[in-house]
Design a binder for this molecule. Structure first.
Ligand code: ADP
Ligand code: MG
Length: 299
């Protein structure tokens, strides 16, 4: 098993919180997970020997460069895709397909456009044979929890991006899953809405007994949200490090300028964009020739 790396001095409050988290039972265990895709004659190894454990009420973020297998991993955890090797255990039982104990929120907006907001929230409950009146009652309770009860009869296209993702989150939570799987859920939002949604998600996480596995390629977002961050590398998707975030909770905007934040980010940057890769990037962008006769140069 891969050890967590604590490369920074953690404040005692962080140590204590992480110790409490690690003393809780393991909900999700991923052991030696491998995923190969057959493309033409050759195999693409999307995930190679991924192993980690997530504890109850942990907030785990997974980061890594584009194409490193983040979405593939979360789809396997959700039971939407089969692994080529290894296994995923949820509460000790192998994951063999989708199940109500796992809620999902995807990138972009995934609400059903033909259903009202209430209809979207009720959908999962009805699928699980909850009677219509009870489903409506529960949906309305969740909608009032996130302050959108006035929009119960509206359709998704009438909502802002942030509102849509709030509805997507409660739609995933109504079935009381053990674990919430989120694949870049805020990447389509503008910066301000995104920041508000991050804080709001932490509020929900605090109030609901839920474990979160959150995929993002935004390092600030990962540090702001996570207890621990799993860093993947690309081609093949391998585990690089599992980092404990040395920042106290509750997380606040001022933590973005804390020394621990900058140090964590520097470590993640070094893992995700090693110096040689920067060289490649520069080669990919040719220098722009002078396209103006005006000689008063700008820097
Ligand atoms: P990420 O979400 O980190 O950007 P993905 O999980 O989407 O990465 O993809 C990981 C790798 O697997 C990529 O190289 C991608 O091209 C490949 N891949 C993903 N899905 C398929 C598929 N259905 N068939 C073939 N290759 C795939
Ligand atoms: Mg992806």
């Amino acid at each position: 098993m891969f050890d967590t790396i604590s490369y920074l001095d953690q404040p005692q409050a962080v140590k204590d919180r992480l110790d409490r988290m690690k003393a809780r039972e393991v909900i999700l265990e991923v052991a030696g997970l491998t995923k190969k895709f057959r493309t033409g004659k050759s195999d693409v190894v999307a995930l190679d020997n991924i192993s980690f454990k997530t504890h109850r009420r942990e907030f785990l973020c997974i980061v890594g460069p584009s194409g490193c297998g983040k979405s593939t991993l979360v789809r396997i955890l959700a039971g939407l895709e089969l692994a080529s090797g290894g296994q995923v255990l949820l509460d000790g039982h192998p994951v063999k397909g989708p199940g109500r104990e796992r809620g999902m929120v995807f990138q972009g907006y995934t609400l059903f456009p033909w259903l009202t907001v209430r209809g979207n929230v009720m959908f999962g409950l009805l699928m699980n044979n909850v009677a219509r009146a009870e489903a409506k009652k529960q949906a309305d309770e969740w909608l009032s929890l996130i302050g959108l009860e006035k929009f119960a009869d509206a359709y998704p296209h009438q909502l802002s991006g942030g509102m849509k993702q709030r509805v997507a989150i409660i739609r995933a939570l109504v079935n009381r899953p053990r674990i919430l799987l989120m694949d870049e859920p805020f990447s389509a939002l503008d910066a301000q809405t995104r920041a508000r949604m991050q804080s709001y998600l932490l509020e929900i996480w605090k109030k609901v007994d839920i474990t979160v596995v959150f995929i993002t390629h935004d390092l600030d977002e990962a540090i702001f949200l996570a207890d621990r961050i799993l860093v993947l590398s690309a081609h093949p998707g391998r585990m690089q490090e599992l980092i404990e975030v040395p920042i106290v909770r509750p997380r606040k905007a001022e933590h973005f300028s804390a020394a621990e934040f900058a140090a964590t980010k520097a470590r993640l940057e070094a893992l995700i964009h090693p110096p040689s890769q920067h060289g490649d990037d520069e080669e990919a962008y040719p220098s722009v020739p002078l396209l103006t006769d005006v000689r008063d140069e700008v820097e």
